[in-house]
Write a new protein. Structure first.
Length: 193
């Protein structure tokens, strides 16, 4: 569901660009719990005139190795989860390919579910064919008790997750403290209907 645009200066190697793309995707897997095969990325290189940026904005000392990462994703992430994403992405990219955290600019663009089409001229999320969260159960907000849902096999390493009382795609979520990722559970529920 996320569409990632990565913009950087010309002159990098294919390996460097791939490491940036892989690192961005890894951070989204860990923090946002996106499915591993949900990978849509556009990488563009720009000449010196093609990227305009302030090297000292907000007192952060940037360089000409700046990388812009813009992620368009469905709305619903909490501010703390976004902070975790920014931090984790900077950590991963510092490790490989060695991007300084000061040279990473991240922008999230949140859109509604109906703003996606994955092909064939169809609105899969609106048409309930591919609903990853609660779109398959579209309707007014109503409580769903997930206390006894079998989440143990879906727990990710990420500290991010959904908590009891969260509202997601029209659901008021209630479930036990060991639950981290109810996306897979909702998918299975949709498939069993």
């Amino acid at each position: 569901m996320p569409l990632v645009r990565i913009s950087l200066r010309q002159g990098t190697t294919a390996e460097y660009r791939r490491a940036i793309a892989d690192g961005v995707h890894s951070a989204m897997l860990e923090v946002l719990a996106v499915p591993a095969d949900d990978r849509f990325q556009v990488i563009t290189e720009h000449n010196a005139d093609g990227l305009i940026y302030d090297l000292q904005y907000l007192g952060i000392q940037g360089s000409d190795r700046v990388v812009f990462v813009q992620i368009t994703l469905s709305a619903g992430r909490k501010p703390q989860q976004k902070r975790q994403l920014y931090k984790r992405m900077a950590e991963i990219l510092a490790e490989n390919p060695g991007l300084r955290p000061q040279d990473l600019l991240i922008n999230l663009v949140e859109v509604a579910w109906e703003n996606w089409s994955f092909g064939s001229g169809e609105a899969q999320y609106m048409d309930r064919q591919l609903a990853p969260f609660g779109a398959a159960f579209a309707g007014p907000t109503h409580p769903v008790d997930l206390t006894n849902a079998p989440f143990s096999k879906f727990v990710r390493r990420s500290p991010a997750g959904f908590r009891s009382g969260d509202s997601l795609c029209g659901f008021s979520v209630k479930y036990g403290s060991g639950s981290r990722n109810f996306v897979s559970w909702l998918r299975r529920q949709r498939l069993s209907r």
